[in-house]
Design a protein around this ligand. Structure first.
Ligand code: ATP
Length: 257
């Protein structure tokens, strides 16, 4: 009987153990040379959910994206990814663990057409077998890219290039997608497509940290919101409780989300 009791106990423990957040920053500071951009930031992205990171210009939102993706080192504090301490890991190791960043710096191959951009990424990530299926999925998700499949990526509009970059990032669904102002300067119709894709990605199990200028859009998608100001977290909590407060906080003169 004893082993069975033990098994039951273990099962009970498994049932109550909460899943660690997919991302957790504990007391993180970061600097550019002598300029300090983050002051003891703590925040978390629960697994399978969307957290919006908002705040006025210069608040440090993009710096958080860079810290999380290993592009800027932390000077203090720790970063955890699904419970694992990843502080100081280089970007390529974080990518392997399942952290993706959109849009990335060098996002598309300008002299290749849209389909070859996707094909190249998919072959590397999925092998020849998975490529045809992944191409079909990408074109279904982004019909504008399907219409332009033979156009050189360098001649796409800025928004279309960002869409292509996102389609490439999603070849292998990441555990965490950090979205940094993806809709900046995009036509409303393109923003619609991008947000539809983000919802699909969330529904497929990817957690998101979304930095977005358009506050209503961010709050529509997110379950949690974190407000950053001058490198510090000033509010954090569920959107249904904090949404109104955040709108008021960010409606001040000269401030944008
Ligand atoms: P925005 O909404 O305007 O993009 P943000 O909240 O994303 O702003 P960050 O880009 O993270 O803010 O910048 C935070 C602070 O760090 C700002 O004061 C900015 O001027 C400074 N900063 C950002 N990048 C650098 C850099 N490469 N070198 C020096 N300072 C920088």
């Amino acid at each position: 009987m004893k082993p069975v009791d033990g098994l039951l106990e273990a099962t009970a423990v498994l049932e109550v153990a909460p899943e660690p957040p997919v991302l957790e920053l504990r007391d993180v500071s970061a600097s550019y040379g002598r300029f300090r951009a983050l002051f003891g930031v703590s925040l978390s992205v629960p697994a399978g959910s969307v957290t919006a990171l908002v705040g006025p210009n210069g608040a440090g939102k993009s710096t958080i994206a860079r810290v999380v993706t290993g592009l800027v080192p932390v000077t203090k504090g720790r970063i955890f990814f699904s419970g694992q301490d990843v502080t100081g890991l280089p970007t390529w190791k974080l990518v392997r663990l399942g952290v993706a960043h959109a849009p990335e710096g060098r996002s598309v191959f300008a002299t290749l057409d849209v389909e070859d951009n996707l094909r190249l990424t998919f072959i590397r990530a999925l092998g020849r077998k998975g490529t045809a299926e992944a191409l079909g999925r990408a074109f279904e998700r982004f019909p504008r890219l399907a219409d332009r499949r033979r156009q050189l990526a360098g001649t796409l509009s800025g928004g279309e290039q960002r869409m292509l970059a996102l389609a490439r990032v999603l070849a292998v669904p990441p555990k965490l997608l950090v979205v940094d102002e993806l809709s900046l300067g995009l036509a409303p119709r393109v923003v619609e497509d991008v947000y539809r894709a983000l919802r699909e990605i969330r529904d497929a199990g990817t957690s998101l940290l979304v930095i977005e200028q358009q506050l209503p859009r961010a709050l529509e998608l997110a379950e949690q919101v974190v407000v950053l100001r001058k490198g510090k977290v000033v509010e954090a909590g569920p959107v249904d409780k904090l949404g109104e407060l955040v709108r008021e906080l960010l409606a001040g003169p000269g401030e944008s989300s």
